[in-house]
Unconditional design. Structure first.
Length: 236
């Protein structure tokens, strides 16, 4: 497991429209070496054909089980000492992996680095009510995976993604990272361009709010000693 190899993991479900741009944003990174692992989460469109049209890509298929299972599958099929996740409808700036790997190399105490997000509206998409205008004009720090670079050992200490959360599984995972006492570094640069379109999972804001409340309750239960599991549900 070469520590300098970065594994770029892209979960994809019916992503034929956007997947090529996501893959190309990884291939255009100034950092080397990078392996690309695409986990096809039971797509019924041409996602597989798009993924397989890029020879460097490692393509893995699984029946539809949701983002946390797909991310765990990607971890299981990757070999890098550093892990980066990218959603199939988003893309990275060219400097992302170089800047974040340099940052982690200069701050050996950190388990992961988190950069800024820039949201943008897909052409022809009306701005949804749940996203304020300011989030389209300005970049922001969001505790999310797509703008992060993570040491593989962090998953050994904090666990993998909780498969009970098809929404907000990244937030739940970051809560456990902080509970485990793993330092996180924050950077000022934009590390991901996030596409807002009609099929975003986050369009269902009631489900997002419900998942957030469940995550908070689980965290408080652990703090109060109401569960014997340190990090429940973190299995592959």
């Amino acid at each position: 497991m070469p520590p300098h190899l970065i594994s770029a993991i892209i979960p994809a479900y019916n992503a034929e429209k956007y997947l090529a741009q996501a893959i190309e944003s990884v291939l255009q990174q100034t950092y080397r070496p990078v392996e690309i692992v695409i986990v096809d989460d039971g797509s019924t469109d041409s996602t597989a054909a798009v993924a397989r049209s890029y020879p460097p890509v490692r393509y893995v298929y699984q029946p539809n089980q949701g983002p946390p299972v797909a991310r765990n599958t990607g971890l299981a099929h990757s070999t890098g000492g550093l892990i980066a996740f990218l959603d199939a409808d988003d893309y990275w700036p060219q400097h992302k992996l170089t800047e974040q790997s340099d940052y982690l190399a200069a701050h050996l105490e950190l388990g992961c680095a988190v950069g800024r997000w820039q949201n943008f509206l897909e052409r022809g998409t009306k701005k949804p009510d749940w996203i304020p205008e300011s989030m389209l004009r300005e970049d922001a720090i969001i505790l999310g995976l797509q703008a992060s670079l993570i040491h593989r050992w962090v998953f050994d200490r904090a666990g993998r993604f909780d498969v009970r959360y098809r929404i907000s599984d990244d937030l739940e995972w970051f809560v456990r990272v902080r509970e485990a006492g793993i330092p996180i570094g924050f950077q000022r640069s934009i590390m991901v361009y996030r596409r807002i379109h009609d099929a975003n999972i986050s369009q269902d804001q009631r489900a997002v709010a419900g998942a957030t409340l469940r995550i908070l309750k689980q965290y408080l239960d652990r703090k109060r000693g109401k569960t014997s599991e340190a990090f429940p549900g973190a299995q592959v």
